[in-house]
Write a protein that binds this ligand. Sequence first.
Ligand code: CA2
Length: 143
Amino acid sequence: MKLLILNGPNLNMLGLREPSIYGAETYAALCEKIRAHAKARGIAVDLYQSNHEGDLVDRIQAAYGDADGIVINPGAYTHTSIALLDAVKSVSIPTVEVHISDVTQREEFRQISYIRLACVKTIMGHGTDGYLEAIDYLIETLA
Ligand code: CA2
């Protein structure tokens, strides 16, 4: 089984600013945590982060026929991007939406999620452990 782990804009800045919202773990440490978890579960993971919407669309399309599931934290594109929604719909790969923070407790503009319309599950407010929960959920449901 192979999962694609996608992160959107500014998630490469994790741990460097706003630790009260997003925690102190860096993006590199998050990647290591995900790789170790995947190894322990006996699955393969591809990790990709981009600050550019089109790059994320390209990476989702490239997963077609390659990845069995997608874990995506689209960052701020969660709240704006119909292009990412359409990309996930177009590949028909089971996709879990992850947010480090609990966006339901934040600003009004974070209350809409376009990507959610194409996702089989949303995990939010569990910090970076949410990525591992999303991986476990996909392993269970795809098995
Ligand atoms: O809670 C999440 O995971 C978010 O997807 C993070 C996004 C935000 O726009 C979403 O509403 C919720 C922000 C990405 C990270 O931005 C940083 C900003 C400052 C320092 C570190 C990361």
